[in-house]
Ligand binder design. Structure first.
Ligand code: SAH
Ligand code: SF4
Length: 466
């Protein structure tokens, strides 16, 4: 059941794997495995030793043991777990899931059981504040006995079951050359991935998933190949950030930023994403700065407008092309919401916002969207939109037809943008060695999303073998 292959060791990956059904034997064998883990050097060198010690002593065990047995697979998106009114319930047990509630709903729920609003705040703080991040009722120190009994009878703490943690690195010691990939099993046996990305200057980012798979079918994205399995609940989204905080709580920098750039299109699950983002920035809760919680979208225009009105978190838009012809092909959502509509909406919506910049992401695909004409067009397209542009190196994956733009060409592209007055950042791949990077998350099933017809003039730019 528990394995650490020599190949993985060579790659600097630690792995603790369990099946979907957690048994007492598995818990103890996994725990003893965890005690004997040898950390790969990137983890040791960047002070993660304490985190892993913490993982061994607390999170791993409690995450494994806090979770219930697996439920039958439920295909309909709105069936599982259901969200009734403002309170998320687990149907089988009629228990609320604490991390799926906004503070207002939590207070309403606490009062409906005859307790005071002040007790709701005490519970909220123990869930999200002061390094407590309670995972069970025993960790609710200082709360009244009757209140705790009511909570254990009517509520659940966890929405995710820890499955696996891996460190992806290229073997160097540079802080920006490795990342941590955490896999969680959901109640229905599906698996999601959360990635922790340490950056320079004490900044550490957790990249959360918002769906299992994705319906948008962007041609360069591995998650898109999976198609959509289901939306994540607000609790399942929030818990990814709580878990990452818990895991890295003893580290310098801890988790400072959240990006919704894992599996899924956040605006295709807008209700739960807005709810989760608002829980993350609540000042009595996880208290991330709204500027440091970034939701990334492929460009669902009506939902984008709603997001800007209902949430003050940061916005990223994956542009990835400068013409409708290319974008229609590589990002089929463009057939519904054209580049001009997307950009005009941003221009209008952001005109009245003070100091708010959208981050445009641009994945560079050799011979497809990386010409100097593209760079000049990009400068024109973003005129009048307060923005930064992030040029992203394409992360290849099995079966992908695209080729990475080389670094020299990326730099030339960047220079054209900078000369045109744009603020430009560049992001090179990391975590490639085990598919932990952007657009590489997920697991393909038997049925995959269709490959779109390639426009004639781009056929030579693609890999001949695919
Ligand atoms: N669905 C959202 C967020 C998840 S994807 C969105 O599309 O914005 C996060 C980012 O990864 C997007 O900017 C996307 O363009 C980028 N991405 C997808 N596949 C990639 C790949 N293979 N290599 C590099 N970046 C990729
Ligand atoms: Fe979905 Fe984003 Fe991947 Fe497109 S890039 S398929 S929207 S996850």
């Amino acid at each position: 059941m528990v394995s650490l292959s020599t190949t993985m060791r060579r790659l600097g990956i630690i792995t603790v794997t369990n099946s979907a059904v957690v048994t007492p034997t598995l818990i103890s064998s996994t725990a003893s495995f965890a005690r004997n883990l040898t950390l790969p050097s990137p983890l040791r060198n960047h002070g993660l030793t304490n985190s892993i010690r913490f993982l061994k002593s607390r999170s791993l065990l409690s995450s494994l043991s806090c979770f219930s047995s697996s439920a039958a697979y439920l295909p309909a998106l709105d069936e599982f777990p259901s969200t009734k009114g403002s309170v998320a319930m687990r149907d089988d047990k009629k228990k609320v899931i604490l991390k799926g509630m906004s503070y207002a709903s939590l207070q309403e729920w606490v009062e409906s059981h005859g307790f005071r609003p002040g007790q709701a705040m005490m519970l909220w703080k123990r869930l999200y504040k002061d390094n407590i991040w309670a995972e069970n009722v025993d960790q609710l120190e200082g709360l009244n006995k009757d209140f705790k009994r009511m909570i254990s009878e009517h509520a659940e703490f966890g929405a995710l079951s820890f499955k696996d943690v891996r460190s992806a690195s290229d073997g160097t010691r540079k802080v920006n050359k490795w990342m941590l990939q955490i896999l969680f099993t959901l109640d229905d046996g599906l698996v999601i991935e959360t990635v922790v990305i340490p950056c320079d200057r004490g900044r550490t980012t957790v990249c959360v998933s918002s769906q299992v798979g994705c319906a948008m079918n962007c041609q360069f994205c591995y998650t898109g190949r999976m198609g959509l399995k289901r939306n994540l609940t607000a609790a399942e989204i929030v818990e990814q950030a709580v878990y990452a905080r818990r895991l890295l709580s003893h580290e310098v920098g801890s988790i400072t930023n959240v990006v919704f750039m894992g599996m899924g299109e956040p605006f295709h699950n807008i209700d739960n994403v807005i709810k989760a983002a608002n829980i993350m920035v609540d000042e009595n809760g996880l208290h991330f700065s709204p500027r440091k919680v970034t939701v990334s979208t492929s460009g669902l225009v009506p939902q984008l407008k709603r997001f800007l009105r209902e949430c003050n978190c940061a916005l990223a838009v994956s542009l990835n092309a400068t013409t409708d012809e290319v974008r229609n092909w590589i990002m089929p959502i463009n057939r519904k919401y054209k580049l001009s509509l997307l950009l005009e909406t941003l221009r209008e919506e952001l005109s009245s916002r003070h100091k708010y910049k959208v981050l445009f992401e641009y994945v560079m695909l050799a011979g497809v969207n990386d010409s100097m004409e593209d760079a000049k067009r990009l400068v024109e397209l973003v005129q009048g939109i307060p923005c930064k542009i992030n040029l992203i190196q394409f992360n290849p994956h099995s079966g992908s037809q695209f080729i990475q733009t080389d670094e020299d060409k990326m730099i030339k592209f960047r220079n054209v943008l900078a000369e045109g007055g744009c603020t430009v950042l560049m992001r090179f791949s990391r975590g490639n060695d085990q598919m932990a990077a952007c657009g590489q998350l997920g697991m393909l099933g038997a049925i995959q999303a269709p490959v779109m017809r390639v426009p004639e003039q781009f056929r030579t730019a693609l890999k001949a073998s695919v």
